[in-house]
Ligand binder design. Structure first.
Ligand code: HEM
Length: 470
């Protein structure tokens, strides 16, 4: 298959390099952001070549609020920012200004005492031992999804099927809701909000605080209203059921037991947060997995053999997961090459020397980009190549912890990381047991960063059944 991305590796043209934008030689200046706003439509495409080998680099972030930023691209410095000195690096106002109008004070965007209380309440449901209990539900949902995919005649939008699947799962496990009838509405809302990201980014970089908030609010309002409707319906369903099994029910009940009964608005914010953060990222991860397994079909065969050797065709269970090492490695490699959260932003509230070479001044915006870090020229061998074996054995064991951060790190690390990894492993293994997957428009795919790093086109795929043993 002729791939657009192949051109990028001029020294070894026989090696296939999965899609990535060709980086510009220089960072686009402020003028470029104003006069060529299309650059903002895909932030990662504006990152200059030398950022892929830099450990840090100052840059301008618009003109509002000082406009001074620092890219930090070094695992030790990142550990300080996210983990040991996290209290000096809260989330960046500009990023919050984009997310808050949609998610309010949910776990992703809350700060201070509200965040601490809600994180503590939600943590038990997402710890590794609790997430194991969801495995049978993940498997059954994945089996239904594989069945739907196999029933399709010809090609069909596989990314839409992944959205449906991950929404079904988040509905059943976390929100006590059957979201089957809302898939199109939620999907449309998410896409329309993500498409407005360039406008929101421009406003956040160039407008003073109040005006910025007003503009972003206007841009996001239709999405927020749509999300409100879904959230209120979900809350009504959870209240009616009267059980205490899902996150939403536990949040409502434990809050009221602790004497802090949540207002409807607070519950709505948590529902909106888990609805969005809990499905879009995993659905996107699976889309990248299908893209990578299309351009590397040899890995599909390896995974089939692994799953078959472990299960011999029977239904997957949680006890199979430790043996699915290559399946997990493929997911980890997809999250390295295409981290759905490609940029993390923080703000320094104190001048801090992170390493002898990297000092962040008070007031500076800090950009940590998993996209850049995961492709760093000095820290990874053949950084742009798809090679899941880098997540196996010695190579994985000796890697600095904060060189690979698809889920962030420190106190604000993704609460759903174990959930998402288990979900993705069981979805992939279930599909591999039954089917071959081929994305037929893989040669048109490019990563596009709009809050979430998605393929720029809908993935059209053909899914064909496997016969037992082949
Ligand atoms: C592959 C899938 C996923 C990826 C790559 C991902 C990535 C991330 C990242 C990078 C952060 C940290 C953001 C920051 O520090 O600024 C985060 C936070 C968060 N994620 Fe995920 N996530 C995924 C799946 C999930 C799932 C399945 C859920 C829920 C079921 C979830 C819920 C959240 C929440 C609530 C936060 C905020 C946590 C806090 O600040 O305390 N995520 N996620």
């Amino acid at each position: 298959m002729a791939m657009r991305a192949e051109r990028f590796d001029e020294e070894a043209p026989e090696i296939f390099i999965p899609a990535r934008p060709v980086p510009p030689k220089e960072a686009p200046g402020i003028g470029a952001a104003v006069f060529r706003p299309q650059l903002l439509a895909n932030l990662i495409a504006s990152y200059p070549e030398f950022w892929y080998s830099a450990r840090s680099c100052p840059f301008r972030v618009g003109i509002a609020r000082g406009g001074r930023g620092m890219l930090v691209n070094d695992p030790d410095a990142i550990r300080r920012i996210l983990v040991s000195d996290a209290e000096h690096f809260p989330k960046d106002d500009n990023q919050l200004a984009i997310l808050k109008p949609l998610l309010g004070n949910g776990l992703l965007t809350a700060e201070g005492a509200t965040w601490r209380r809600n994180r503590k309440l939600a943590a038990p449901i997402f710890q590794h031992s609790s997430v194991r209990d969801f495995a049978p539900l993940f498997v059954r949902a994945a089996e239904r999804s594989a069945r739907r995919a196999l029933e399709q005649q010809g090609f069909f939008p596989l990314d839409r099927e992944m959205t449906k699947l991950t929404l079904e799962i988040i509905g059943e496990t976390v929100l006590s809701a059957n979201l089957e009838d809302d898939i199109d509405g939620i999907s449309h809302t998410v896409t329309s909000v993500l498409d407005k990201f360039p406008a929101m980014f421009l406003a956040s970089a160039f407008l003073p605080g109040q005006l910025r908030n007003r503009v972003i609010d206007t841009v996001v309002r239709p999405g927020r209203r749509a999300l409100d409707v879904f959230a209120r319906r979900i809350i009504d369903e959870a209240r009616k059921s009267g059980e205490e099994t899902t996150l939403l029910q536990r949040l409502m009940v434990s809050q009221s037991k602790a004497g802090h009964e949540m207002t409807l608005d607070q519950v709505r914010d948590e529902v909106a947060t888990f609805l969005l953060a809990g499905h879009e990222t995993t659905a996107t991860t699976m889309s990248w997995v299908w893209y990578l397994l299309t351009v590397h079909p040899e890995w599909q065969e390896r995974l089939y053999e692994e799953v078959w050797a472990v299960t011999e065709g029977r239904r997957l269970t949680i006890d199979d997961v430790p043996a699915l090492v290559e399946t997990r490695a493929v997911i980890e490699e997809a999250l390295r090459l295409y981290p759905p959260v490609a940029n993390l932003m923080r703000r320094a509230i104190k001048t801090t020397e992170l390493t002898p070479d990297i000092t962040i001044e008070r007031g500076q915006t800090v950009l940590i980009s998993p996209w850049l870090l995961h492709r760093h020229r000095f820290f990874w061998r053949e950084p742009d190549r798809f090679d899941p074996t880098r997540f196996l054995g010695e190579e994985a064991a000796t890697r600095p912890r904060h060189l690979y951060i698809p889920f962030g790190g420190g106190p604000r690390i993704c609460i759903g990381a174990s959930f998402a990894l288990l979900e993705a492993v069981l979805i992939l293994a279930t599909f591999m047991q039954r089917a071959r997957v081929k994305v037929i428009n893989a040669d048109q795919v490019m990563p596009q960063a709009r809050i979430v790093l998605r393929p720029n086109v809908a993935l059209q795929a053909v899914v064909t059944p496997r016969r037992p043993g082949g």
